[in-house]
Design a protein around this ligand. Structure first.
Ligand code: RB5
Length: 146
């Protein structure tokens, strides 16, 4: 898969580790995040990854900031994006199986890098279950059209 990755200054080191991990799993990455440590604005990166996923340039996305919250809020403002914060592996597979999330987010101040890798793997290996979940995802997406 082609995976868009974005981060702010708080998560530059974790982003590097996650890129290495994801590429080690055989995926391609597109780095939309900052590579520096100077304070910068997470909405920029949430939007970039959101647009890459919504346009089909990437199959899905990974966003990392201090908590994962701010950057996920920004991504969710892009039409077509379903992004949620995952701090555990159960949420990480259910967010795909039930919510068909196309981006996951997490916080470098909340989870360590080994947990972050487990979260990423759980999300990437999960599959959307469809059925009753499709109807609910459709209801979410319908909110954008009203
Ligand atoms: C940056 O200090 C911090 O606010 C940001 O990384 C993130 O946690 C916001 O939600």
């Amino acid at each position: 898969m082609k995976i868009a990755i974005g981060n702010d200054h708080a998560a530059t080191d974790m982003k590097r580790e996650i890129i290495e991990f994801v590429e080690g799993l055989g995926h391609e990455t597109i780095n939309f995040g900052t590579d520096g440590y100077e304070s910068c604005d997470y909405p920029l990166f949430g939007e970039k990854v959101g647009r890459a996923v919504a346009s089909g340039e990437a199959d899905c996305g990974i966003l990392i900031c201090g908590t994962g919250v701010g950057i996920s809020l920004a991504a969710n403002k892009v039409k077509g994006i379903r992004c949620g914060v995952c701090s555990d592996t159960t949420t990480a597979h259910l967010i795909k199986e039930h919510n068909n999330a196309n981006i996951i987010a997490f916080g470098t101040r909340i989870v360590g890098s080994e947990k972050a890798k487990d979260i990423v793997r759980a999300y990437l290996e999960a599959e959307f279950l469809g059925g009753r979940h499709q109807q609910r995802v459709d209801m979410i997406m319908d909110i954008e059209r009203r």
